[in-house]
Design a protein around this ligand. Structure first.
Ligand code: MN
Length: 486
C-alpha cells in the first residue's frame, strides 16, 4: 500500500532518500594509529594527526579500505579501482583541521542495490547512489558547563562510510525497512556494528513531497543525524506532513537543514542548506589517489559471507519456510545460525522455525536478551523437539518444559525425567480416567450419542486436564470415540 498524505487539494506522495554515516569496524582511525573504542575518557584517543598539529601527515589505514570495499560488494555495488580523497572545507570548533577529508567526485564505491523486505511480505529494490569514505569530526560538549563548551577529539579521524541512497523510498515504512536491511547487511559483513544508539550509524533524511501523478522532484529538506530507526520514521512522517501543509497554504518549501526534536517528534529549521560548492572541495594534496588492484578486490569478494537475501532464499528452498519466517530468521546472523542448529538432524524445520520465532523470541523479549545470550541452547531446543517427535511428551507439556529450560538452562530430557512428565500412552491408565470422566458427565455422554458430536472435544479437554496434560492426546481422542460412540 503506497503511503499518501491526503490534503485539501488532493493526495501527496512522499519522496525519501537517506544518507547513512556508518562507522567502520576498525581498531584504529582512518589516517592515524589512535584507538577507536566507544566510551573512552574524552581526549584519550587522539594522535597529533587527529589534533591537526602542524606538519602532521595522514597515512591511510588499509584495513578501513578493505572494509569499505567489502561493504560495496555486499551492496552489490560497483567498486571503483581509483578513488580520490578531497578536502571538504568548513570551520567548526570540533574540526581542528578546518576541513574534513572525504571523497567527492570519485568515491570508492558506485551504484548498488538494497532489497527492502516490507511488512506485508513483499520486497522492493532501492538503488544506492554511492558509498564514500571520510573521517569523522570531534564532538562538542555543550551541556557540561553553564558558560563553556568543551571539545572531545576521540572521534576525530574515525573512519566512516557515507552510504547514499537514491530518492527511491516513498514514506516512513520504506525508510525503516531500508535502515533495518542496511544494518543487517553491515552486521553480517562485520564492517559496522550498526549500533545507532552509540552513534555508529547515523542517518540524514532527505524528504520532499509532490502531488500523486507529478513526475519531477520538488525542493527537499535534510534532517540531520537522526539516531534510531523509529526516530527516522517519525522525522519523515512529520516533515512530510509539514511540507504538505506549507504547500496547501500557498507557501514554499526551502532547501534547509533541519533537526529532529526527540521530545516532540517534529523537525525544526537549523540553517539554510549549503550547496556542494560552498565547501570548496579539492583533492587533498597530502594523499595520492587511492588505486586498488583487481586482486585486492577479488580476494575480498572470495571471502564474503552468505548475506541475508541469499540466506533467506536458501531457507525457503532448503527448509520449505514461508518468506515471512525465513525473513525474520535471517535478520541477525546469530539467529539464523541458531535456527539451523535446531533444524539439523532432519528435524521438522517448520516446527523448529515456529519454536524459535514464537517461543524463543517471546522468552528472550521478556528477559531483554539477544539470541546470543539465550539461556536455552540450540542443541537443547532441538532435543525438546525430539522428545515431541518420539511422543515422549505432548506439545502441551513441551511448553512447560521449555519454561523450565528458560529459567534453568537445563536439558529437556533431564527435566522431563525429574518432573515425571513423560506422556501417558498406556491404554489402561487412560481408559481408567475416561471412565471416571464419563461417569461424572453421563448427561453429556447421552448428548453425544444423540448427535452432539462437537462435545467430544470437551471430553478430550477434561481427560487431558485430569492427567495433568500428560495423556497422549491422539490416544485420548481414539479411546473416547470408541467408548462413547462404540
Ligand atoms: Mn558525510
Amino acid at each position: 500500500m503506497p503511503y499518501v498524505i491526503e490534503g485539501e487539494t488532493g493526495d501527496w506522495e512522499v519522496i525519501v532518500g537517506l544518507e547513512v554515516h556508518a562507522q567502520i569496524i576498525s581498531k584504529s582511525k582512518l589516517f592515524s594509529g589512535s584507538a577507536t573504542a566507544f566510551g573512552a575518557e574524552p581526549n584519550t584517543q587522539v594522535s597529533l594527526v587527529d589534533a591537526a598539529m602542524p606538519g602532521m601527515l595522514p597515512v591511510i589505514n588499509k584495513h578501513c579500505i578493505a572494509q569499505a570495499v567489502k561493504t560495496g560488494l555486499g551492496l552489490k555495488a560497483k567498486i571503483n579501482l581509483q578513488s580520490v580523497f578531497e578536502r571538504k572545507n568548513y570551520f567548526y570548533a570540533d574540526l581542528p583541521q578546518g576541513y574534513q577529508i572525504s571523497q567527492f567526485a570519485q568515491p570508492i564505491v558506485g551504484e548498488g542495490t538494497i532489497i527492502l523486505d516490507l511488512p506485508d511480505g513483499s520486497t522492493r529494490a532501492v538503488e544506492i547512489e554511492r558509498l564514500h569514505m571520510e573521517q569523522d569530526a570531534g564532538k562538542s560538549l555543550h551541556d557540561q558547563d553553564p558558560t563553556r563548551s568543551f571539545i572531545d577529539l576521540n572521534r576525530s579521524g574515525v573512519a566512516l562510510m557515507e552510504i547514499v541512497s537514491k530518492p527511491d523510498m516513498r514514506g516512513p515504512e520504506d525508510a525503516g525497512a531500508y535502515l533495518r536491511k542496511l544494518r543487517s547487511i553491515l552486521r553480517y559483513l562485520e564492517t559496522c556494528d550498526g549500533n545507532m544508539d552509540e552513534g555508529s550509524m547515523r542517518c540524514d533524511c532527505n524528504v520532499s513531497v509532490r502531488k500523486v501523478g507529478e513526475t519531477g522532484l520538488r525542493t527537499r529538506t535534510e534532517t540531520k543525524n537522526v539516531n534510531s530507526v523509529r526516530f527516522v520514521m517519525q522525522a519523515i512522517e512529520s516533515e512530510a506532513a509539514r511540507q504538505v501543509e506549507v504547500y496547501e497554504e500557498g507557501g514554499e518549501v526551502f532547501q534547509k537543514t533541519r533537526q529532529f526534536d526527540h521530545a516532540t517528534g517534529d523537525t525544526k529549521a537549523m540553517r539554510s542548506k549549503e550547496f556542494a560548492h560552498d565547501y570548496r572541495y579539492f583533492p587533498d594534496p597530502d594523499l595520492l589517489p587511492l588505486v586498488l588492484t583487481r586482486g585486492f578486490v577479488e580476494a575480498i569478494k572470495a571471502d564474503l559471507p552468505e548475506l541475508p537475501d541469499a540466506k533467506k532464499d536458501r531457507f525457503m528452498d532448503e527448509y520449505g519456510l514461508s518468506p515471512y519466517d525465513a525473513g525474520v530468521l535471517v535478520v541477525e546472523r546469530p539467529t539464523a545460525d541458531y535456527f539451523e542448529e535446531v533444524a539439523k538432524r532432519g528435524r521438522d524445520a517448520k516446527q523448529a522455525a515456529n519454536w524459535v520465532i514464537t517461543n524463543l523470541f517471546g522468552a528472550l523479549n521478556k528477559a531483554g536478551k539477544s539470541v546470543s545470550e539465550s539461556p536455552v541452547s540450540a542443541g537443547n531446543l532441538g532435543r525438546l523437539l525430539d522428545l515431541m517427535a518420539d511422543q515422549t511428551i505432548s506439545g502441551r507439556i513441551a511448553k512447560d518444559v521449555f519454561e523450565i529450560m528458560v529459567e534453568t538452562g537445563g536439558d529437556p530430557a533431564a527435566i522431563v525425567a525429574e518432573k515425571g512428565l513423560e506422556q501417558v500412552s498406556d491404554t489402561g491408565a487412560i481408559e481408567a480416567v475416561i471412565d471416571t470422566v464419563m461417569a461424572e458427565n453421563a448427561d453429556k455422554v447421552d448428548d453425544i450419542r444423540n448427535g452432539k458430536e462437537k462435545l467430544l472435544g470437551w471430553f478430550v479437554g477434561q481427560v487431558m486436564k485430569a492427567t495433568g496434560g500428560k495423556a497422549n492426546p491422539g490416544m485420548v481422542n481414539d479411546l473416547l470415540r470408541k467408548k462413547i460412540l462404540g
